[in-house]
Design a protein around this ligand. Structure first.
Ligand code: F6R
Length: 242
């Protein structure tokens, strides 16, 4: 695991993009594992800027997202499909049919999750972007999730719903109670993982991920066992590392 500390959010995004760009330039048909949330938005802006400058094309690339809320229509602005369209897909030349986000409205969520797992097994990400929850979750794999989990439906922890209430008029009751998430084993199948973390609210989770025991109590600690992980944080998120 390589850990890099940037001075602020913009530098964090830039350093993560530099690492990602190597994959984008070396493999024109790369599979991109993507995340939602506030953390990767700066990285996505840099991807868009380089696309607009004619430096990278996504026309032969495929993407696969980590997770989606259960029960939110894709037209809801906070559905992760809408988030990805708004913050990335609508601004680059990736083909929408090549972008994959779990279907949180599927009447058979378990079967859809199994199909997602099978897709990931056949198309492991060349680069997987991750954020981290303040409780150490990656994707929506909350503390206690088995390390050998595949795509599954989760009940979101109250703390996670509180953290995400800022996207739902600060009203926790509007935050969905369930989500579909890639499992930890699916995430570990990526060839290269870039985890970004910014802000003091992530400092403890970052410390547990890097310095704590490899334990299901901190799902992100599984990344200590992956051969190719880059963690990029800002100074606030790195607070307990030194
Ligand atoms: C999002 C995801 C989550 C977030 C995490 C941090 O697809 O899988 O694990 O990465 O909750 O969210 P932000 O970036 O909003 O702090």
């Amino acid at each position: 695991m390589i850990v890099v500390t940037a001075k602020d959010y913009d530098e964090m995004s830039m350093k993560a993009y530099e690492a990602m760009k190597k994959v984008l330039t070396e493999k024109s048909d790369a599979t991109l594992g993507l995340a939602t949330g506030s953390t990767p938005v700066g990285l996505y802006k840099l991807m868009i800027a380089d696309y607009e400058a004619g430096k990278i094309s996504y026309k032969d690339m495929t993407s696969i997202n980590l997770d989606e809320y259960v029960g939110l229509p894709v037209t809801h602005p906070e559905s992760y499909r809408a988030f990805m369209n708004r913050n990335l897909f609508d601004h680059i030349d990736i083909k929408k049919e090549n972008t994959h986000v779990p279907d949180g409205l599927n009447p058979d969520l378990a079967a859809a999750a199994d199909a997602y797992t099978a897709y990931i097994a056949a198309h492991p990400a060349d680069v997987q972007i991750l954020g981290i929850g303040s409780n150490g979750h990656i994707a929506f794999n909350e503390p206690g999730t088995p390390f050998d989990s595949h795509t599954h439906v989760v009940t979101l922890k109250e703390g996670t719903r509180k953290d995400n209430a800022r996207f739902f008029d600060n009203d926790i009751d509007k935050v969905p109670t369930h989500a579909v998430t890639m499992g930890l084993k699916d995430i570990m199948s990526a060839k290269f993982i870039i985890l970004l973390a910014n802000g003091s609210g992530k400092a403890n989770a970052v410390k547990e991920m890097i310095k704590g025991p490899v334990s299901e109590n901190c799902p992100a600690s599984i990344l200590q066992t992956h051969p190719n992980v880059l963690v990029v944080t800002d100074e606030a998120a790195a607070y307990y590392l030194n």
